[in-house]
Design a protein around this ligand. Structure first.
Ligand SMILES: Nc1nc(O)c(N)c(N[C@@H]2O[C@H](COP(=O)(O)O)[C@@H](O)[C@H]2O)n1
Length: 201
């Protein structure tokens, strides 16, 4: 997945900068969007994304996932940057899209409601300095950057909100060695649906 820089007119886009405000739920740092993968409960999308850097180091993954604060999870990841999987730069957007799909499938009502509130406007993460995941100020009216997170959120909105594709279960991305705590990541389904199926049987 290749993402190149774009320019956005501030007056035409939805921006989010922190976890506060109407669109704070779009941030990976937002609390209240826990995720379950391979029966591991992960407090935030950020912790899951950062843990995916270290498939061969279950202890590092655990240290990241145990953090209540998503920012601390990201900081823990920084301690071990040299142990990041070697193909990370090539796969990181694909990993992030999977993380967002899992976040949506397991927090469907809440997350789809935030996505719906963005209508069909461009979604931009606004940052003081991050031109990769976000966009930064170019001048008083314009933001510029790859805005990778915003772009992936728009793709998610297109697929699952506009086109109403079902998202009960999310398969792992086709990435070699996509591992959590020593086991290959499995297809993840909304845990509430599993309970409903068990009750039915
Ligand atoms: N701490 C922070 N400050 C910003 O300005 C940001 N745009 C982000 N972005 C989030 O960080 C995650 C990516 O981390 P890596 O740098 O790839 O390790 C991702 O969740 C972005 O949304 N963070």
């Amino acid at each position: 997945m290749k993402i190149t820089e774009r320019t956005y007119l501030k007056s035409e886009v939805i921006t989010f900068r922190s976890t506060k405000g109407s669109f704070g739920g779009l941030s990976n740092m937002a609390p209240g969007y826990s995720i379950r993968v391979n029966d591991v409960i992960i407090p935030t999308a950020e912790a899951l994304y950062q843990a995916c850097r270290f498939p061969l180091f279950p202890n590092i993954q655990q240290e990241i996932i145990e953090q209540h604060s998503p920012m601390t999870a990201k900081m823990i990841s920084r301690k071990y940057l040299s142990k990041t999987r070697q193909d990370w730069e090539e796969i990181k957007y694909e990993v992030m899209y999977w993380v967002l799909q899992v976040k949506l499938s397991q927090n469907l009502e809440k997350f789809s409601s935030v996505l719906r509130q963005t209508s069909d406007k461009p979604i931009v993460e606004y940052s003081a300095k991050d031109k990769d995941w976000a966009a930064t100020k170019k001048d008083d009216h314009t933001l510029k950057g790859k805005n990778a997170l915003g772009r992936l959120l728009m793709k998610l909105r297109e697929e699952y909100i506009f086109n109403q594709k079902p998202i009960d279960c999310v398969p792992p991305p086709p990435i070699v060695g996509f591992i959590l705590y020593g086991s290959a990541v499995e297809t993840v389904c909304d845990p509430t649906l599993e309970f409903e199926e068990e009750d039915y049987c």
